[in-house]
Design a protein around this ligand. Structure first.
Ligand SMILES: *[C@@H]1O[C@H](CO)[C@@H](O)[C@H](O)[C@H]1NC(C)=O
Ligand SMILES: *[C@@H]1O[C@H](CO)[C@@H](O)[C@H](O)[C@H]1NC(C)=O
Length: 591
């Protein structure tokens, strides 16, 4: 009997040992090494896989060989760095392009090349690394590349170290600012706050649900940051008269109302009383005066547009005035973002153009889904300065954050003047994040691991960029390259967000090639995919007639500010280029 039980235990052990061996060491999911260059990796038995190259433009066992027509097209196209150089140099050439039909042709090319990269309908989400209906219908989460398979031997697949570097160590060692490094492209805080104000209408992380990252239903420009992301909030914020939004008047100027009057949830530190809390579409926009400043400007603009519409349509009720004004505001946002913000961001010398009719003859999907990758790459914390210089005062973070009286103390004019003069920090290149921002970067890294995001090099391939072959090629800096190599072990294991921030910056640019290519693709396709850009919407009647349509088509950042202020400050996304631009209150003839 005893002998039998020993035998039995021995046999049981053998069984357990066998099965644990089978699960752990011998068989590795072949898709973990991302073997399908441009296709889909499909696993068959435990150790075999096949690459599905259908419709990818590639063939071969790893979808690595370009079809002839692509090879031909690429051979006629200059390489990316050269293309970027051309787009940002030769002013005389672009002057000619900008003044003739070629501008439209170039804009068309820019849009259609980007459109090939972003899939519509979307394919993956965090739960599913394969095509399915669930991730198509679950509109709150999508991603460009599927997650790293769960059963891979190493955190990033098959390369790198068994343990990823501690996020705190990464941010301390590579992100923390030594001395403030201004953006060589000349971006200012007006640009930095616009970036935050604009993108936060579609990046709204929902931390209550695992694997889901956005609460914003619009998945694009819907001005939910101005009107609230749900109907209840919107109705609280509306005056219900002439289409307008509620406001308060302080020293003769219009500002958002307070939470004491408009009971919507706003995130403020507890010490701030309801009478001091501003009620704004986005619950976070009270945290930074730069954001409440933009909120104030858009509120004034909305109410200004309502007056114009009411004068032309005296029969319209509150609802129609509100809805039509909102469409005009959405159009203004898209126009300003493409023609000024993207123009500044890309550094291109061709004048970017917001003209939906360019795409009317192309197959283009008027729908958009905000991707996890887009949300992550848009964490541009290094832009924030060491302190804020306003009207001769040097204001530290402790007095700037959540300070509602600051907005009314200086007024929109002086804030715009100040933010347009103060340089923003360079985003790329490392060592430029203010201590206040390190925690937020750490969170992005932690989240990307929870979401099992693939390495930077896999994303480079997805965007048709050459994967980096060494740490030095990535950073262009010996010291950082050595540090990263020590922590990651393999260039193919470098994570998405740290890689983007530490990538070698393009000459005199805000950041590196990957950030520019990926960010611009997501942005442009998202903007042009807005329903108002479709042929059924893009017509005068949508915007209350030619007057409203023209407000959209001729909107500028300067008009947005100066049609809603008592005097016209220096306003731009670029710090002043020469002395006479800096004169405040200069009479302006352009408006
Ligand atoms: C979307 O997916 C997430 C994660 O799988 C899930 O928690 C959530 O309930 C889904 N939402 C809907 C509307 O199905
Ligand atoms: C808010 O800003 C005003 C004006 O700069 C300043 O006087 C005040 O001390 C600040 N409040 C806090 C709580 O820091």
């Amino acid at each position: 009997m005893k002998e039998f039980s020993i035998f039995f235990i021995w046999f049981l052990n053998l069984l357990l040992l066998e099965s644990s061996c089978a699960a752990d060491s011998s068989v590795v999911n072949p898709c973990c090494s991302y073997p399908c260059q441009n296709g889909v990796c499909e696993r068959f038995g435990p150790e075999s896989y096949r690459c599905d190259c259908t419709n990818s433009g590639y063939y071969g066992d790893s979808c690595e060989i370009q079809e002839l027509w692509i090879r031909f097209r690429l051979s006629t196209k200059p390489r990316r760095p050269i293309l970027h150089y051309i787009m940002t140099h030769f002013q005389w050439f672009w002057d000619v392009v900008n003044s003739c039909f070629l501008r439209n042709a170039i804009m068309y090319l820019i849009l259609t090349i980007r459109d090939e990269i972003i899939p519509s309908p979307p394919i993956y989400n965090t739960k599913y690394g394969y095509v399915n209906m669930e991730s198509l219908h679950n509109i709150s989460s999508t991603r460009l590349l599927p997650p790293i398979p769960e059963d891979c031997p190493l955190p990033m697949g098959t390369k790198g170290k068994p343990q990823l570097p501690d996020p705190g160590v990464l941010t301390e060692r590579f992100f923390r600012r030594k001395t403030f490094r201004p953006d060589p492209q000349g971006s200012n805080l007006m640009f930095a706050f616009m970036a935050q104000h604009y993108t936060n209408q579609f990046f709204k992380t929902d931390h209550s649900v695992q694997g889901v990252f956005t609460k914003a239903l619009g998945h694009g420009v819907d001005a939910g940051n101005i009107y609230g992301d749900n109907l209840v909030r919107q109705h609280h914020l509306r005056l219900h008269e002439d289409g307008k939004l509620k406001y308060q008047t302080v020293n003769g100027d219009v500002y958002p109302p307070t939470v004491a009057e408009v009971p919507v949830h706003m995130l403020y530190p507890e010490r701030v009383l309801p009478e001091d809390r501003l009620a704004i579409g986005h619950e976070m926009f009270g945290l930074l005066p730069g954001l409440s400043m933009y909120a104030t400007v858009w509120l004034r603009e909305h109410n200004r547009v309502c007056d114009i519409l009411k004068a032309e349509h005296p029969t319209w009720d509150d609802e129609q005035l509100f809805q039509t004004s909102r469409l005009i505001i959405i159009g203004e946002i898209i126009n300003i973002i493409i023609e000024e913000y993207m123009q500044h961001l890309t550094g291109y010398l061709v004048n970017l153009k917001f003209d939906p009719t360019l795409l009317f003859k192309t197959r283009f999907a008027y729908s958009n889904r905000i991707a996890l990758e887009f949300a992550h790459l848009s964490h541009w914390h290094p832009m924030m300065p060491d302190s804020f210089l306003i009207d001769g005062d040097d204001i530290p973070y402790s007095q700037f954050m959540s300070n509602t009286s600051l907005l009314m103390h200086y007024g929109v004019e002086k804030l715009v003047e100040a933010f347009s003069h103060q340089p923003a920090g360079q985003i790329g290149g490392g060592h430029n994040s203010h201590a206040e921002a390190l925690k937020a970067s750490e969170m992005v890294i932690r989240e990307s691991r929870a979401m099992r995001m693939r390495p930077l090099n896999e994303y480079r391939k997805r965007f048709k960029l050459k994967p980096y072959t060494s740490f030095y090629e990535l950073t262009g800096d010996v010291e950082m390259a050595r540090g990263l190599e020590e922590l990651y072990g393999d260039i193919d294991a470098v994570e998405f967000y740290p890689g983007l921030l530490l990538e070698n910056t393009l000459p005199t640019s805000l950041f590196g090639e990957s950030m520019l290519e990926m960010g611009a693709s997501f942005s442009l396709i998202g903007l042009m995919g807005n329903p108002i850009c479709s042929s059924q919407y893009w017509k005068p009647s949508t915007f209350g007639g030619e007057t409203g349509f023209n407000i959209v088509k001729t909107s500028t950042l300067k008009k947005l500010v100066c049609l809603n202020t008592k005097w016209c400050p220096y306003v731009d996304f670029h710090v002043p280029r020469n002395e006479d631009e800096t004169n405040p209150g200069k009479p302006s003839t352009e408006l």
